[in-house]
Design a protein around this ligand. Structure first.
Ligand code: ADP
Length: 832
């Protein structure tokens, strides 16, 4: 409104000046600017124009003294004419502008400036500021020298205020956008108001609804902060309560105190102006100014100005507050997200990764740039878990709030990790916008659960084994004890003859030995378990040691009545003497234990023991048998305490501790033990020790398995029984001969006649065509090919039939390895 008025008066002023100048020119023609004092005073027309003009006009002389002024001029400043005539121009200028005013006057009177226009503040009689738009013109004397200055002034205070309000509004809104904090914003508001009202005691008090208090910006130890005070019984509280602006003088304030509305604790202000800051119909604070000096410092104009500004201020404060709240919230979230001890990925509704945190990178190995925009399922799920991951996403989308599963995920390096996975939807305006996938590494938990389970199983197993051991043990003790007691009684019988006595004594002896062995084993295992056995290694003649074992065990075998089983010793050094650093007693014990087992579980065939050396001269010892064999799933467990294989067709005696002792002894000697076995074919127990073998060239005698090298020889084996074929194959395994197998007589004939063979091993009982017929046919075409028949051990006439059919030789079944090798060698040595 006032802007319009200002515009109008501006226009009017312009016209007035033009008119005035024209009049002056007319009056003073031909020299427009040359007038004398008397002319000035005497000219009636000019005088009346000057006096009556709505524009403030004054004439000042070279001393800047006001020598003439009109009514409008006096009104502008609220002085009387006389008062003004006693003043100079400079008396009307605010201190800070005085220098500039001197310059201006000087330039006018030195003709540097003929005309001057400016917007300038002046001081009114009451000390307040009035803004004038001034136009100054130089008046010259007849000599054409500057004599006076005619000044005309138009009140533009309101216009100026309007501009300043505009500036303030734009400053305030800029402050909000320039990332300042609330404290700085309030400072800016304060500064912006300085130009508009007397803001020496300006304040902004922000209202905290929850605590019903106000806070004002405050500086403590150079730190910007806010001080709070209660809303109760304060003037700002009064504005808050009434929800409208107030302009109070001290008397009115005292009245309010008398009415118990407020309580004045500090200095009483002479005038107090407060305006509520309202945002979305809520009071967020109060702005105001107060004066301790004058009760007329502010008027309703000031109140209106502040009311106009209050809108902008409250919007800005609110905006700043919510931005600050948002920033704080973001900072909290970022901190929580980044430093969370759980690995977190935020994924969109199509499982695409939006963000991951540090722990995610640590757990899975992917950096942010590697993970973002990838499908989380592709990144860390393996095909086996993709469906589960997909179902999880669907479950969350179907409205299940938080879904949790324990599962596995894949790291960048391909390794798998056990995780607890929580999926939580992120909802905005009732719609799901994304999902939080939180992964907790539960490796330790899973591992300790596994260990606990293993320990439990072990405890149960060991309990079971102990029970079975005790049952076995009582049986193992009772059997020889029964024999000892029974036979002792029989020996004592007078009717028992000498031959029976001898036999009973032998039985008692055998049973006692069994008992003794059992007791030895039990003592050994308990000592080994408590690590009480020490080894005493010394240089030992290995060749002698093995020969000794061979000899002793041969007699053992005979005592067991197993003379059909051949016992063979293999020493790759043949007649050279070999040495090894070992504990002789324990080393022998290992062999005896393995040989005892071999004998126990073998009913036919042979037992071979000894060693071979690898390229580092390290010996690998072995005991091999053609016994019942061990199922593949038991080859590890048989070395455990009390483990027996129970589901044998025949009942074997034993406690299940022999191999446990053996394994512990091997490990005491620094080696390892393992078994290779085929059920029904036989077993080979291998063991190592930590020492190498050394040998010296001394001739030695003994029964060794000879080594044969039949590389390049081709042997046809006609054998339909798998077990028998395996025995032959195993026997020939070290000879390097090339074996071809056929499973009936007809195939044997075909092979022999169509290919070259150096020798044929022919089984007699075969389907389709037996060995006898096949031999006859082959020999009729290739009489020189050596054929060795396998015959049943006990059928003497079968052997004769074989020789009659053309076989060169025969070996009894079950096949005995050295015998077979010896027999074949006869035909190869002979150069055939
Ligand atoms: P045991 O006193 O029962 O023989 P061991 O610890 O010596 O106890 O052997 C454990 C189990 O291993 C035996 O019960 C047996 O079933 C199996 N075993 C050991 N040696 C052999 C072998 N040479 N041939 C077949 N089975 C064997």
């Amino acid at each position: 409104m006032f802007m319009q008025e200002v515009m109008k008066s501006k226009k009017y002023l312009k016209e007035e000046i033009v008119r005035l100048q024209d009049e002056i020119a007319l009056l003073k023609n031909p020299s427009v600017n040359s007038i004398s004092d008397s002319e000035l005073n005497s000219d009636h027309l000019f005088h009346s124009i000057f006096e009556e003009s709505g524009i403030g006009m004054a004439i000042i002389n070279k001393d800047a003294r006001i020598i003439k002024l009109n009514r409008s001029f006096a009104r502008l400043f609220n002085y009387s004419d006389r008062e003004l005539l006693e003043k100079t121009y400079f008396d009307l200028i605010p201190d800070e502008k005085k220098d500039k005013a001197h310059q201006f006057i000087h330039s006018m009177f030195t003709s540097e400036l003929e005309k001057y226009q400016a917007e300038q503040p002046f001081i009114k009689s009451d000390g307040t500021i009035i803004w004038l738009k001034i136009t100054a013109t130089i008046l010259k004397n007849v000599q054409g020298e500057p004599e006076y200055v005619l000044g005309m002034g138009e009140d533009i205070t309101e216009l100026k205020k309007g501009e300043k309000i505009k500036d303030a509004v734009s400053n305030i809104s800029n402050a909000v956008n320039s990332n300042q904090n609330l404290y700085k914003l309030i400072e800016t508001i304060k500064e912006s108001l300085e130009n508009i009202i007397d803001s020496k005691h300006f304040f902004i008090a922000l209202y905290n609804e929850n605590e019903d208090n106000f806070s004002v910006p405050y500086i403590v130890d150079q730190k910007e902060t806010f001080e709070t005070f209660s809303a109760e019984k304060t003037l700002v509280g009064y504005v808050l309560k009434n929800k409208k602006s107030v302009l109070l003088n001290y008397r009115e304030i005292i009245d309010l105190q008398d009415q118990n509305e407020v309580f004045i604790a500090g200095k009483l202000s002479k005038q107090w102006l407060g305006i509520p800051l309202i945002n979305q119909e809520k009071i967020i604070g109060v702005i105001g100014v107060q004066s301790f000096e004058s009760e007329n410092a502010f008027d309703h104009n000031d109140l209106t100005i502040l009311e106009i500004l209050s809108n902008q201020i409250s919007t800005s404060i609110q905006k700043m507050r919510s931005e600050e709240a948002l920033r704080i919230e973001r900072a909290y979230f970022k901190e929580l997200f980044d430093n969370s001890p759980e690995a977190i990925a935020i994924v969109d509704n199509s499982s695409k990764i939006i963000n991951i945190n540090r722990e995610f990178t640590r757990l899975f190995g992917y950096t942010k740039s590697e993970a973002i925009d990838k499908s989380i399922e592709d990144l860390i799920s393996t095909p086996a878990f993709k469906e589960e991951a997909h179902n999880l996403t669907t479950d969350i989308a179907m409205g299940k709030k938080t879904v949790k599963i324990d599962t596995k995920r894949r790291r960048k390096d391909g390794s798998m990790v056990d995780v607890s996975l929580w999926g939580t939807p992120i909802i905005l305006d009732k719609g799901q916008i994304a999902v939080y996938a939180i992964f907790r590494d539960i490796t330790e938990r899973v591992e300790s659960k596994k260990k606990l389970e293993e320990a439990k199983n072990k405890a149960e197993e060991s309990d079971r084994l102990k029970t079975s051991f005790l049952t076995n043990m009582s049986h193992e003790i009772r059997t020889p004890m029964n024999a000892i007691v029974g036979f002792s009684e029989l020996i004592a019988e007078p009717a028992t003859d000498q031959e029976s006595r001898n036999e009973f004594a032998e039985q008692i002896y055998i049973s006692s030995k069994m008992l003794l062995k059992l007791i030895d084993d039990i003592i050994d295992i308990s000592q080994l378990d408590s690590e009480n056995i020490k080894v005493h290694k010394k240089k030992t003649n290995l060749s002698n040691l093995l020969s000794g074992v061979h000899e002793k065990f041969n007699s053992e075998k005979l005592k067991e009545g197993k003379d059909n089983i051949e016992l063979l010793l293999h020493n790759p050094f043949g007649d050279l003497t070999t040495y090894i650093d070992t504990d002789e007693f324990r080393f022998k014990q290992i062999f005896y234990n393995l040989l005892n087992n071999a004998l126990k579980y073998t009913d036919q065939g042979f037992i071979e023991f000894g060693f071979d050396v690898n390229q580092y001269d390290e010996p690998i010892f072995y005991v091999r048998d053609t016994g019942i064999g061990i199922p593949p799933d038991k080859t590890d467990t048989i070395f455990n305490h009390f483990t027996k294989i129970e589901d044998r067709r025949k009942l074997y005696r034993g406690t299940g501790i022999g191999l446990t002792i053996t394994k512990k002894l091997v490990s005491l000697l620094g080696g390892d033990i393992w078994v290779e076995s085929n059920v029904g074919i036989g077993s080979i127990f291998y063991f190592t020790v930590s020492e190498k073998v050394n040998f010296v060239k001394i001739k030695k005698t003994g029964s060794f398995i000879k080594s044969y090298n039949w590389a390049g020889k081709k042997i046809l084996v006609a054998e339909d029984d798998d077990t028998n074929y395996q025995v032959i194959k195993a026997s020939l395994s070290r000879t390097h001969a090339n074996l071809i197998r056929v499973q009936n007589g007809e195939k044997a004939i075909d092979e022999c006649l169509s290919h070259h063979y150096d020798l044929v091993i022919m089984d007699i009982r075969m389907p389709k065509l037996d060995g006898i017929e096949a031999t006859k046919k082959i020999k009729s075409v290739k009489p020189d090919i050596p054929i060795i028949a396998q015959t049943a051990f006990f059928l003497k006439n079968e052997r004769d039939t074989c020789i009659d059919a053309g076989c060169n030789d025969y070996i009894p079944k079950p096949v005995n390895s050295p015998k077979l090798l010896e027999t074949i060698d006869k035909y190869f040595v002979n150069g055939k």
